[in-house]
Write a protein of this length. Sequence first.
Lengths: 205, 403
Amino acid sequence: MIEARNLVKKYGSFIAVNHLSLSLCTGETVVLLGPNGSGKSTLLGMLSLTSKPDEGEVTVDGLSGKNAKKKIAFAPQEIVLFEELTTMENLLSWSTLKGKEAKERAEYLISELDMDSFKKKRVDRLSGGQRRRVNLAVALMGNYDYILMDEPLAGIDDYGGKCIKNLLETEKEKGRGILFTEHNPTILLPLMDRKLTIDGGCFVS
Amino acid sequence: MNPFSFLIYDIKRLFGHGKTAILAIFSPVLILLLFATFLAPMLSAGEGTKITCAFLNEDETESVKTLMDLIIGAEIDEGAGAVYPVKDIATGKKVVEDGKVSAFFYIPPNMYEDTMNGEMVDLDFYYSQAHAFESLIFYSTVNSSMSVFGQGIRMVYIAGAIALDHGVPKEEILRLWNEGSEQLFQIYMNRGKIIGSSGIFLPGGDYPLRFAIAILFTICSYCVSFPIIYLTNSDVSVLYRKRNIPTEKLVGYYFARLLSGAVLILCTFAIMYPVARVIRNIRFQFALSVLPAVILTAFVFSALGIFLGSVFKKGQSSLWAGLYFGFFSVMSVLLLTKSPGLPKIVSFLIRISPFRACVSIFSNALFQNMTERYTVDMLILFAAFFIFAALSFVFYVRRGSRG
């Protein structure tokens, strides 16, 4: 279980996240809603352990630090890829899996997210939606228990959204905890177990 | 992913910016060609560098005196050098140690006679580290001149002995001897004709050309580290921070970058080297000594590039720091060459800088191999590599894994 207690994040005098606590269990899917600037991405950054809270703590199955990080797959809102490499090379470069296992996982994700037509293309030559899919696939190239995604559907068409939904469904069936932020999560609604709404750095529902 | 894939992907990334890679690799060629077309003739025709040296000749033979007059006298007449005779070896060594002259050259008694008899003659040459560059040219001038002279004298002597065996009168042999020696001097000292230059060949005038090529080699190879700085900063400050990268993975990325950076710099060398050969004919046996120097330099600049790329948060800061580091390094090398009276600590810091060691090792290995100097420079480069590699590793992994 990912457990966050009393998280606070400040940028100067601005409080982006104000004493928030939440938990995410394995096999559970939680969506984090809220308007722009409400603190969703900041909270997700702390939950994914890519940014440190000013106050409070995050543990993953009772672990913190490096060991906790290994259990989380995180797909950031920004496209974070090696632009000079192809889709397949990106999947293998970022992967924490090795050898045959990494190749099989990459082929699986390419097939699930329908990336076959551009698996040998450099990612800087892909469309926004295609890059978004690669961005998500890269995050899933490892052995993890939890998947955190920051607006995974941004810029993705309905077909791409369905591919992502199917993939996440399978991941959920494997018992992985899923948490994502989204403005319009219609496509992913069938997966949702819980919905949290955040505004001004606090939960409003 | 296996270590080889790490390397291949990183090389692909470094070379991935097509135009950047082409610019990084080929712009030095353009610089060298421009240099050869416009600056090299000016440097060769210019006054050259002032070489000050102490000199002690204990061989009273007329031929040796004539030869030394031809070598040193021409340098003095052209304003390329100043020679101070000293009364003994101790004084010669002292003026070098005191920094009053760049080098001290000693010719022992009976050099001429021993050469004639085919015996090995040791000539002593002393120089201070602060004057290593200009001393090198003095050394190479005298060394090559004396070597050709010694071989020539020996041949004339053997020819004289054969003539004597065939009953040629002694007077005739002496006449031929004098003419032969004179011809030997003239041909040797006017060998510039081979490359189309008239007049006495002035190695002192050639020194700035060698120095300039060595410093151009160093600057060009250093400039190739800019794509390494840029890409490293973008990786550790932007990409890695936004994803959860395990430390083991970062270590793999680091070593891949170190190797791929060195490969990029080596590619530039591979292109620059033949160009330099065209500009200035390099003897093949010295080319072998260039290889270890080139490889080590590539690793030093690659590690330095990673260090500069990972020590600053922002890419612009890294690039500016790289530019200033390069600029001050070039300035310090020029300062060391031109200003022997620097404070000891400043002089020491410049002497142990990898940039100076690179210039020194190229000016040495490309043109004249002085083993002692070569070894010292290699050691400095080794030390620089380990320091930069250690620092860059720490900063790279820390910055890349910082959440």
